[in-house]
Write a new protein. Structure first.
Length: 78
């Protein structure tokens, strides 16, 4: 599972989502979706712009956590 730590980086930089959205050139709604992890992908140019504004690396924003998502076909006990 990939976890988005955008909210952590925003807090560290003392920046609001609105300011980041304006500086990156995307909507505040898209920032919100990114923060919540409810996106299936992000364009590299958008990721690069976010990293530039927040002065961070992509690895500061994205984290891989093995085993957090159930394997395909595992919905629970029968």
């Amino acid at each position: 599972m990939i976890v988005v730590n955008l909210d952590v980086m925003l807090a560290r930089r003392k920046m609001r989502s609105r300011e980041l959205a304006e500086r990156v050139g995307i909507t505040e709604q898209n920032i919100s979706l990114l923060k919540s992890g409810k996106v299936r992908g992000v364009r590299f140019d958008t990721l690069a712009a976010i990293c530039e504004v927040l002065q961070c690396q992509p690895g500061d924003l994205l984290e891989y956590r093995p085993g957090d998502a159930p394997a395909e076909g595992e919905a629970g006990d029968d």
